[in-house]
Design a protein around this ligand. Structure first.
Ligand code: ATP
Ligand code: MG
Length: 596
């Protein structure tokens, strides 16, 4: 970090510093994983506000998740403690909500409008469409239209119109409208758009490869001059090969056409990877190459020219695979790699010992976590799971929130978070009483839901409406704590942007990765995205990476065939090696010792 006399850019290498120093043109930073994109953009903002005289209030940084936003804020506070508090760091949805709060009357909303959770959306859609099934269809239709990048100014089909009108009657917007309403507002009122352009003179967007059509329109309104000319103030950062949200409407095309959208834009490539060992980085590049969107990318690993090759493992079922992960972690915790078991060779003697928080187990679908959790529990290894669903959609949460509306506040309405916490607990009890035949599982779900909601309730100062808003904005369930002394269980999607010394990617089987549901066609573009997902997963690893799969189709669920993932065929012996299960061998050695 900067010395008292140095620049904030001192924390960057020459390539990164050059990128961060470009302040007179639109800027596209395109670079592979671990090259310091996030680090560079954060330092660039700190540079602007501490060394270029840019008022911090003029700076807007946009990320995709709350966690990424929080992390960026914290890093900024470290780099520019006096200014960072005034920089706006938002997710796309919180940016939209911010604009709507300020302009609520313009779109027929009250000043304290709420954001509909999934259960409310479904209830409203059902009311409009007649029954539950048609209600679900209506919501699907709406989200399909959104994914297709529909023009929010085009008239909606009748059902959708009535659905939106009903939301409005209740002073609610849904999650997608948080972006679409501001887009319409700004596109149809250039004077208003001008106000926001003046406010946010400097805009940075991390993970730009995952922008969707509506988010792009919103950015365009904020970043283009009233004449339609793009302004010199947008910085987009990303990696097309890590674009993994096509199913949600993300379109890597926006990234690829940045130069056309913003003539005069500068493009900078970063080539030094600070994260992974050579074998891991090269292996990941072997896997992505057939479908890479970044031709001639040549990433070099700055650290760890040697180190373990990627370990490939075939297990005889998912339980065995999970046991392999648990034993592998135990083994690495004990300071031994299990690549070179035959020689009993221990690597990394000089290196720092690994702790629980240094491990991540990654998987394609949430349901794969159960087997891993079971094996880790059996081995007595503490873990935490991060999923990527919205908190509001978690089992028990909707029921709990529905009940909350009927549970009166008691005592002092101004008693803040503790009052609301108490209300949540009473709501859980009431829900258990009310649900006919609520079994143990339901009860447990409701209590888990209470635990999930408590830290929120704290933040909301006891205001349930605020809690509903927070819930709808919390894109993901994020009770995951990167600092906790636990192994992390993550979906590949949730692992985006993170890094760990040791990573296990499980379920590297055809049908799971690429994921294929029975009856699915073979869509080339989806398949490419699956390859990118594996690339994202592999590039989270710093020192150790294991890719495993289980044979036996039943074990793999979904469309799993039990064959290893075709993506692994790209790996060669310079980057990877097949490894066995560490445990039986160790046992044998112990037995031998005893015999001696
Ligand atoms: P991803 O594509 O996965 O989001 P990224 O390009 O955003 O990766 P960062 O997360 O910013 O990469 O950086 C990766 C790691 O490398 C971090 O631990 C970061 O602190 C470190 N790093 C990046 N640049 C430097 C540097 N110049 N000096 C030291 N460490 C660096
Ligand atoms: Mg990043």
């Amino acid at each position: 970090e900067p010395s008292s006399t140095g620049s904030v850019l001192d924390g960057l290498d020459a390539e990164q510093r050059a990128a961060a120093g470009i302040v007179d043109a639109p800027l596209l930073i395109v670079a592979g994983p671990g090259t310091g994109k996030t680090r560079t953009v954060t330092h660039r903002i700190a540079h602007l506000v501490t060394e270029c005289g840019v008022p911090p209030g003029d700076c807007l940084a946009v990320t995709f998740t709350r966690r990424a936003a929080t992390e960026m804020t914290q890093r900024l506070l470290g780099l520019a403690p006096r200014h960072a508090g005034e920089v706006t760091v938002d997710t796309f949805h919180s940016l939209g909500a911010r604009i709507l709060r300020e302009q609520h009357a313009r779109v027929g909303l009250g000043s304290r409008f709420g954001i509909a959770d999934h259960a409310t959306q479904l209830a409203v859609a059902t009311e409009v469409a007649g029954d539950d099934r048609r209600g679900r269809d209506l919501l699907k239709q709406l989200s399909r239209a959104r994914r297709a990048g529909g023009d929010p100014q085009q008239p909606l089909p009748d059902g959708a119109q009535r659905y939106r009108a009903k939301l409005r009657e209740r002073d609610l917007v849904d999650f997608d409208e948080l972006i679409e309403l501001p887009v319409t507002l700004l596109e149809t009122d250039q004077q208003l758009a001008g106000l926001y352009r003046d406010r946010y003179r400097w805009i940075s967007v991390d993970e730009y490869q995952d922008v969707d059509a509506q988010q792009y329109r919103l950015l365009w309104q904020l970043a283009a001059e009233p004449t339609g000319e793009p302004a010199g103030n947008l910085t987009a950062i990303g990696d097309p090969d890590q674009s993994i949200y096509r199913f949600r409407g993300a379109d890597v095309g926006f990234f690829l056409r940045f130069q056309r959208d913003f003539p005069g834009a500068r493009t900078v490539h970063l080539t030094r990877n600070y994260r992974s060992s050579t074998a891991i980085l090269d292996g990941a590049q072997q896997v992505i190459t057939p479908d890479s969107l970044v031709p001639d990318r040549a990433l070099r690993a700055v650290h760890g020219s040697d180190g373990a090759r990627i370990g490939l493992h075939r297990a005889s079922g998912t339980a065995d695979e999970a046991a392999f992960v648990a034993r592998g972690i135990e083994r690495l915790l004990g300071g031994a790699s299990f690549h070179a078991l035959d020689s009993g060779h221990v690597e990394d003697e000089g290196d720092q010992a690994l702790g629980l928080s240094d491990f991540a187990v990654l998987y394609r679908t949430d349901r794969q976590a159960a087997a891993i959790a079971e094996a880790l529990t059996r081995a007595g290894l503490p873990f935490q799971k991060r999923s990527h669903d919205r908190l509001a959609d978690r089992p028990g949460v909707a029921e709990l929130l529905a009940e909350l509306r009927y549970v009166p506040a008691c005592g002092d309405p101004h008693d803040g978070g503790s009052g609301l916490a108490d209300r949540l607990r009473r709501a859980a009890r009431a829900a258990v009483d009310r649900l006919p035949g609520a079994d143990q599982a339901t009860t447990a779900e409701l209590h888990t839901a209470v635990d999930l909601l408590l830290p929120l309730a704290e933040r909301c100062d006891g205001d349930p409406e605020q809690l509903f808003t927070e819930l709808s904005l919390g894109v993901e369930v994020d009770t995951w704590d990167p600092r906790a002394d636990r192994i992390s269980l993550l979906t590949l999607h949730a692992a985006k942007g993170l890094e760990f010394p040791a990573v296990f990617v499980v379920g590297c089987a055809d049908g799971l990765l690429p994921l294929r549901w029975p009856g699915d066609g073979d869509d080339e573009e989806s398949r490419r995205e699956e390859r990118r997902l594996l690339f994202v997963g592999m590039t989270r690893a710093q020192r150790y990476l294991y890719l495993s799969h289980a044979t036996g189709s039943a074990a793999n669920g979904a469309g799993g065939s039990g064959e290893r993932s075709p993506f692994l065929a790209e790996l060669d012996a310079s980057t990877s090696e097949w490894i066995g299960d560490p445990a039986p061998r160790r046992k044998r050695r112990e037995t031998q010792l005893r015999l001696l």
